[in-house]
Design a protein around this ligand. Sequence first.
Ligand code: FE2
Length: 267
Amino acid sequence: MKDISELVGFPVTLNDDGTLTFGHGVLSPRPEARKLKDASPVLLYPDQGGPETLYLMYRGTGLEKDQNAMINSGLRFDLTVIYPGKIGSEYVKTFGHYHPLAPGQAFTYPEVYQVIHGKAHFLMQKGGDITGEVEDFVVADFEEGDILLIPPFYGHATVNPGNDFLVIANWIAREFASVYEPIRVRKGMAYYDVEYKDKSIFMPNDSYSNHPKPRLEKPKSFPELGLRQGVSMYRAWQEGAKLDFLVKPVLYQELWKSMGIEPGERH
Ligand SMILES: [Fe+2]
């Protein structure tokens, strides 16, 4: 058992079986489990064994007293527990998905993640949906407290390359459904994260026609968004970080431009 309240920002315990126990006054959603059989379309070795449960999603947590404020600002706070282990030599990962365009806007919804416990490899790719070429592939090798901004248009998946549970938090707009089909059709992201001689390597996924060299993302703070590395993203929001870039990405064109992202028309 481990108390992970400090980085989460409200009382939560990670249990030895990977479930979470929420403290008094905390919204306690039932976890949605993703099983090995659910993930088989996106695995490098779908016929090999692995942990039966790959990850648990607790969508819509936070303090009960903050619930109205979260709803009114169109935001949701989630926790995900990704189990340690491998399927063949591929590390346990989330299915991967893209986000849809925000209605009436020329950007897809962004997202922001923070590592709460364990080690994470976040994989992000721009383009690559169904038939397109991959324009950019990013790997973020992140540790506890590190924050990752998923910009508009980037598909993403999270890998647990460690020997312990990986717990991640995310802030996201409440009112949309993720787009899984392109990742399903392509049998995963453009690279598989596999263990080779006790180290992580990235194996190209043959379902894609091109494979840009993975670009390594460094952890950093986002002072312009009120988010700081090592500081709970939930507390940051309580203390005034507006996070409306998650709901109205079109208002943050300069930020996206600084990341090389122009308005687009996909999904
Ligand atoms: Fe997402």
